[in-house]
Design a protein around this ligand. Structure first.
Ligand SMILES: Cc1cn([C@H]2C[C@H](O)[C@@H](COP(=O)(O)OP(=O)(O)OP(=O)(O)O)O2)c(=O)[nH]c1=O
Length: 193
């Protein structure tokens, strides 16, 4: 555990099992706080990394009023960005298929915004990974959506699932960032707190 963090009780405000797994991998002691339903809409003037940063701050805002002085809260948001279109979680299976067709045979960006909040400071940063998918057949997309039901995943895919194994042919940046938390960068930022 980082010495400078021992004065804080670290909280991960997230309902995502992937984020819990990733933060545990850092070897940091923390407690999970369930996130209330957050309105994930954002001003349409925002672009690229401004979007997940805005939403990660909104997630933190839900906790700020009740935060104790020794608490440090981590919140995050992941989006998939392709051709200036933001792909969040799909509305239904048809939407999931549409997104996967859009991502097939090309590169897109996965951006995670992270917000570290304490009573007297807030640090926010974003990390981007470029992911390239091989061409996905109709049959592969259909099998993945029916079997894995990626309704809780931005862009309708989990790189850690079957589709990541058979479909991802290139990547620039952090793999963990695609899964929902850029842990190496988070570690660096926590050291500065
Ligand atoms: C692109 C991609 C996303 N994801 C997941 C990470 C996030 O959990 C989810 C994006 O949705 P988010 O809204 O970022 O997070 P969440 O609602 O799951 O969790 P929280 O309670 O913290 O708001 O998609 C993967 O697991 N693998 C992937 O390859």
């Amino acid at each position: 555990m980082l010495e400078n963090l021992q004065k804080y009780r670290i909280r991960l405000a997230s309902n995502s099992p992937r984020r819990r797994e990733l933060l545990s991998g850092l070897g940091i002691d923390y407690e999970v706080k369930l996130l209330p339903d957050i309105d994930e809409t954002y001003p349409d003037t925002l672009k690229g990394e401004e979007i997940p940063l805005f939403i990660a701050r909104e997630k933190a805002a839900a906790y700020l009023p009740s935060m104790e002085s020794d608490e440090l809260i981590i919140t995050a948001d992941t989006i998939v960005y392709v051709d200036d279109e933001v792909l969040g979680k799909p509305k239904d299976e048809a939407d999931a298929r549409r997104m996967l067709h859009l991502l097939s045979g090309r590169s897109h960006q996965v951006i995670t915004g992270v917000c570290i909040s304490a009573r007297h400071f807030q640090r926010a940063f974003a990390a981007t990974t470029e992911v390239t998918f091989d061409t996905l057949s109709e049959e592969e997309i259909d099998f993945y959506v029916r079997t894995y039901r990626p309704m809780d995943k931005a862009g309708s895919y989990g790189i850690q699932e079957w589709i990541g194994y058979i479909g991802v042919c290139g990547m620039k940046g952090s793999y963990f960032n695609v899964m929902g938390l850029p842990v190496q960068r988070l570690y660096q930022e926590l050291k500065k707190c």
